[in-house]
Design a protein around this ligand. Structure first.
Ligand code: PPS
Ligand code: ADP
Length: 635
């Protein structure tokens, strides 16, 4: 086999080896560990590997050898190497140790990032594909600066699950109080971040308590031990199964012996599902065609290709497609553009990133050049302080940049797809990887617009603002609670302002209806306005159905990016009760078909899994609920 760019794929590449099937994809957990040696990280990893009596080795090569010898472990090998191939191809050589182990339930890859100065760079590299970040806290020392840094980086990297092991419990007499104290402190810090699934486990790595076996010394802990937690954490729905994306890695000309010129396009699906017969659009050209065939691992024909599967597809029309192009759906396309807004971590220890600097940029399989057009702020990963005067970046520093590429990129925001939303920067002179970026958004506005800083620092404002975001079905009681929250805060002399969905829809959002897209835009605008209020020192109280999980998470992110408190309250009143209340008669109208796309009836409500507080009708009157919320939030 040959490829149009001359790269040989026969026997080594995408089509010949065994690859993970759909279900093994969910049975593999990529795990990033963070912590310093003192926290007991090595001991913990050692325990996991040893106590689970798993096969493990630090050497990729030896796994490959063993697999080849056995001949029946090829799938395991592919699982392991697939994840690393991207990094190898991109030429990143970084001090991250990958360890591999397996239990009957699941296979694990641990990216162990050392705790020294190269830490940020290593974590960004090692953890960028992780499903779960494991953070260690020494029970005697509690939450330290580096714990916060780890948590922040995990959230920046969009790692869906965060597990905090509070270690050395034996040295604090297995104290439940100490565990609770650390858990509460961490939780209140994490509220500022976009952390979705947070779990705390008290362990003694040295003695093995709650690592593989439950601890007899901590009967008060009712959760699972670490290994069992890792085996059971639900990751199947973390992948983006909606937005179909396949970056083309190779163009192949299979010889079928029929004299015809067949062409297939090989790559790893980066999102969604492609099926035989699907209409696809090829980007950036925009040509539309149909998938005629999909070839899976080992050259077998398959009906569908899911995110993370390596496949090759054949198309109905002969279109000029090259490496770096992308297949998507005509009605669901990534952004195609040259101006991007991204968080970038700088990796080079010998050169600085400067505004105006040019680099090779690689996003998925696409390579081009990019110039840094602006540096909005540099972020201190320890204090989350933003330095808006910075104009350069050194090793391990992170900043929000704008970039302009020579050729258009096809991308999604990183929060929507970690693969199509990320890129690396390469120094063209040395060929070294000097940075990694996560795309926040396309820059649709004029790239000459920069962030204007003011002379009033946040600490100079009389109050510290925050947003309290109430989500729930229509009639659940959001507004009733919100009204009480506003009344109480104002009575105490706090600047507070209620933004009710109904009211916003009379002005700011009067151009929006109730389609999914309009609701998303409604939530986005409201998030931005709430963040401005919070930044001004007010407590923004938002009462919005806000039915979509990703948009609610984005609201949290917008606040986290600006270091603003964000508290999501899920007003969890059962649908039957909301319909019984029906204060505006809307449920009745919806049932009669007089209004369409009514939430809960013919429009979805995605229940939050990341609410800070859940309120049910049993919690009392709106006034009592408001009082409890303010007490819980310490506002
Ligand atoms: N089709 C449909 N679906 C849901 N709600 C409807 C609809 N049509 C009108 N209304 C009224 O609009 C209020 C919801 O607006 P929101 O801005 O909160 O909705 S959303 O967040 O954009 O989904 C909602 O107010 P609340 O009852 O206070 O939630 C309704 O009164
Ligand atoms: N805790 C509660 N217990 C009983 N009824 C409630 C409670 N909270 C609100 N209600 C009633 O439910 C109805 C809907 O409340 P509302 O605050 O307007 O909901 P939403 O803003 O979520 O649509 C109103 O009639 C309100 O009086």
């Amino acid at each position: 086999m040959s490829t149009t760019d001359g790269t040989v794929t026969a026997g080594t590449g995408l089509l010949s080896g065994a690859h993970e099937s759909v279900d093994t994809g969910t049975a593999l957990l990529r795990l990033a560990t963070a912590g310093s040696v003192d926290d007991g990280k090595s001991t913990l990893i050692g325990r996991l590997l040893f106590d689970s009596k798993s096969i493990f080795t630090d050497q990729m090569e030896s796994i490959e050898r063993t697999s080849a010898e056995r001949g029946d472990e090829r799938a395991d090998l592919a699982l392991l190497t697939d994840g690393l191939r991207a990094e190898r191809e991109q030429g990143i050589t970084i001090d991250v140790a990958y360890r591999y182990f397996a239990t009957p339930q699941r296979k694990f890859i641990i990216a162990d990032t050392p705790g020294h100065v190269q830490y940020t760079r290593n974590m960004v590299t090692g953890a960028s594909t992780a499903d779960l970040a494991l953070i260690l806290v020494d029970a005697r020392k509690g939450v330290l600066e580096q714990t916060r840094r780890h948590a922040f980086l995990s959230s920046l990297l969009g790692i869906p699950h965060l597990t905090v092991c509070i270690n050395k419990m034996d040295l604090v007499d297995w104290s439940r109080e100490r565990f609770t104290e650390i858990r509460d402190e961490f939780t209140s810090f994490a509220a500022k971040l976009n952390v979705t699934d947070l779990t705390f486990i008290p362990v003694s790595a040295l003695r093995g308590d709650n690592v593989v076996e439950s601890s007899a010394a901590m009967p008060w802990y009712e959760g699972r031990p670490l290994l069992s937690h890792l085996e059971n954490v639900h990751i199947a729905s973390d992948r983006n199964l909606i937005d179909a994306r396949m970056p083309v890695q190779y163009v192949i000309r299979p010889q079928r012996g029929d004299g015809a010129d067949h062409r297939a396009y090989a790559g790893t699906v980066a999102g969604g599902v492609f099926s035989r017969g699907d209409e696809v659009v090829v980007l950036p050209s925009g040509f539309e065609t149909t998938i005629t065939d999909i070839w899976g691992p080992g050259g077998n024909r398959v009906d569908e290709a899911f995110a993370s599967m390596a496949v090759s597809v054949e198309l109905a029309d002969e279109i000029d497609i090259v490496r770096g192009d992308m297949l998507a759906r005509p009605n669901n396309r990534p952004y195609v553009g040259r101006d991007i807004d991204a968080m970038v971590c700088w990796f080079a220890d010998d050169t600085e990133l400067q505004v105006g600097g040019s680099y090779a940029i690689m996003s998925g399989t696409r390579s081009t050049r990019a110039q840094v057009t602006g540096l909005n702020y540099r972020l201190d990963v320890n204090s989350l302080h933003r330095d808006e005067t910075a104009d350069r970046l050194q090793l391990n520093e992170i900043a929000r940049l704008t970039l302009r590429t020579q050729q258009p990129l096809m991308f999604d925001p990183y929060r929507r797809n970690r693969e199509t939303g990320s890129f690396i920067l390469i120094d063209e002179a040395t060929n070294k990887t000097v940075g990694a970026g996560m795309i926040s958004a396309p820059m649709t506005r004029d790239s000459h617009v920069v962030w204007q800083s003011t002379k009033v620092a946040r600490e100079h404002r009389p109050h510290r603002g925050a947003t309290i975001w109430l989500t729930g079905l229509s009639g659940s009681g959001k507004s009733s609670v919100a009204v009480e929250l506003e009344r109480r805060l104002v009575a105490e002399g706090r600047p507070a302002y209620l933004m009710d969905g109904d009211n916003l829809r009379h002005g700011l959002n009067s151009d929006l209806g109730f389609s999914d897209d309009d609701r998303r835009e409604n939530i986005r605008r409201t998030s931005e306005v709430a963040a401005l209020f919070a930044d001004s020192g007010a407590v923004a109280i938002v009462s919005l159905i806000s039915p979509f999980d990703d948009e609610r998470r984005r609201a949290r992110e917008i606040h986290a990016e600006r270091d603003l408190g964000f508290h999501q309250i899920f007003v969890d009143t059962p649908m039957e009760e909301c319909e019984r209340r029906d204060p505006k008669g809307l449920y009745a109208k919806a049932r009669r078909g007089e209004i369409s796309r009514f939430t809960g009836i013919d429009s979805p409500y995605e229940r939050p899994t990341d609410a800070d507080i859940v309120v049910t009708p049993a919690d009392g009157t709106p006034s009592e609920v408001a009082e409890a919320i303010l007490r819980d939030l310490g506002l």
